[in-house]
Design a protein. Structure first.
Ligand code: RTP
Length: 147
C-alpha cells in the first residue's frame, strides 16, 4: 500500500496545529503508520532538502527546519502521496486554495507549516531517512467493532 512522508514544520508545532493536521488526514481515511517529534541537526535537514541545495532560500529553509521540534509522520492509503499534496495545498500559501492546510493556516512560503512528499519514490527515500528504525506494520482490526 502506498505511503507518504508528512512533516509538521516547527511553526506548525508551535502554533498548536498538530491535532488539526492529523485530524484532516485521519478524516480522509488514511492510516497513521509512524509518528515522532524530533529536533533535527543541520546536516540532517540539509540531507532532507538536498535537491534544493542550489536555491537561494536553502540556508534560510534549513535554519527554519532546525529552529524547533518537527512532527514526522508516515501516512498510508490509496493515492496518499498525491492526495496528501492536495490536502496540504500549494507551496506558497498565497496560492493555496481555502480548505487546504496551507490555504487555511499559512500566509508566507517561508513559514508554510507542513511538508509532504511529492512522489512515491521521494516518499520512499524520505521515510527511510526519517524512520531508519522502521515503522510498525499494523492493520486495522477495528472495522468489525465500529458501526
Ligand atoms: P515541501 O517540500 O516543504 O513540502 O514543499 P514543496 O514541495 O511544496 O516545495 P519545494 O519547492 O520543495 O520547497 C521546499 C520548501 O522550501 C521553502 N521555500 N521557500 N521562495 C522561497 O522563499 C521558498 N520557496 C520554497 C518552503 O518551506 C517549501 O515548502
Amino acid at each position: 500500500m502506498e505511503q507518504t512522508f508528512i512533516m509538521i514544520k516547527p511553526d506548525g508545532v508551535q502554533r498548536g496545529l498538530v491535532g488539526e493536521i492529523i485530524k484532516r488526514f485521519e478524516n480522509k481515511g488514511f492510516y497513521l503508520k509512524g509518528l515522532k517529534m524530533v529536533t533535527v541537526e543541520r546536516s540532517f535537514a540539509e540531507k532532507h532538502y538536498e535537491d534544493l541545495a542550489a536555491k537561494p532560500f536553502f540556508p534560510g529553509l534549513v535554519d527554519y527546519i532546525i529552529s524547533g521540534p518537527v512532527v514526522a509522520m508516515v501516512w498510508e492509503g490509496k493515492g496518499v502521496v498525491l492526495t496528501g499534496r492536495k490536502i496540504i495545498g500549494a507551496t506558497n500559501p498565497a496560492e493555496s486554495a481555502p480548505g487546504t492546510i496551507r490555504g487555511d493556516y499559512a500566509i508566507v512560503v517561508g513559514r508554510n507549516i507542513i511538508h509532504g512528499s511529492d512522489a512515491v519514490e521521494s516518499a520512499r527515500k524520505e521515510i527511510a531517512l526519517w524512520f531508519p528504525e522502521g515503522i510498525s506494520g499494523w492493520q486495522s482490526s477495528a472495522h468489525s467493532w465500529i458501526y
